[in-house]
Write a protein that binds this ligand. Structure first.
Ligand code: SF4
Length: 159
């Protein structure tokens, strides 16, 4: 059955509503020192309780909408990062968490580092900091959700 234009719009609105209210996230460490990963875990656990925003941590990229990626991309992790990203269904979004993910940080120019995350996959939101605090990670996720709702993109500053 071919959908008419109003139904297509309604369906699109329902999908956006569902996506914004319940983004499922997967966490990938592409070479981080684990500092950023500990902050992501703190964000997900009851003290900061990211689940109150509907964000659920997923084990499989096939069920995830958002990739929370930390660290510079090492030569060893590059293929795995690409494979994880490719396995995620469309539309998919990437949040680069931490200065190393944004620019390579302290690992820049290391023999085993390919570079920043956006040199390998497209990034939607950057959360700076070494490591960024849970409040900054939550702020980055809220910015992504605003972007999905169609709000104008904003520059994220370190709190
Ligand atoms: S930004 Fe800081 S905490 Fe995060 S991976 Fe780099 S060095 Fe570690």
């Amino acid at each position: 059955m071919k959908l008419t234009k109003p139904w297509e719009n309604a369906l699109k609105q329902i999908k956006t509503w569902a996506r914004v209210n319940s983004p499922w996230a997967i966490h990938f460490n592409s070479g981080s020192c684990n500092g950023c990963d500990i902050e992501i875990l703190a964000t997900l656990t009851p003290r900061y309780d990211l689940e109150r925003l509907g964000v659920k941590l997923q084990g499989s990229p096939r069920h995830a909408d958002v990739l929370l990626c930390t660290g510079p991309v090492t030569r060893q992790a590059r293929e795995r990062l690409l494979r994880t990203y490719e396995q995620m269904p469309e539309p998919k979004f990437v949040i680069a968490v931490g200065s190393c993910g944004i620019s390579g940080g302290v690992f820049q120019s290391c023999y085993n580092v390919v570079g920043s995350i956006d040199e390998v996959i497209p990034v939607d939101v950057y959360v700076p900091g070494c490591p960024p605090r849970p409040e900054a990670i939550i702020d980055g996720i809220v910015k992504l959700l605003d972007k999905l709702k169609g709000a104008k993109p904003e520059v994220i500053e370190t709190p």
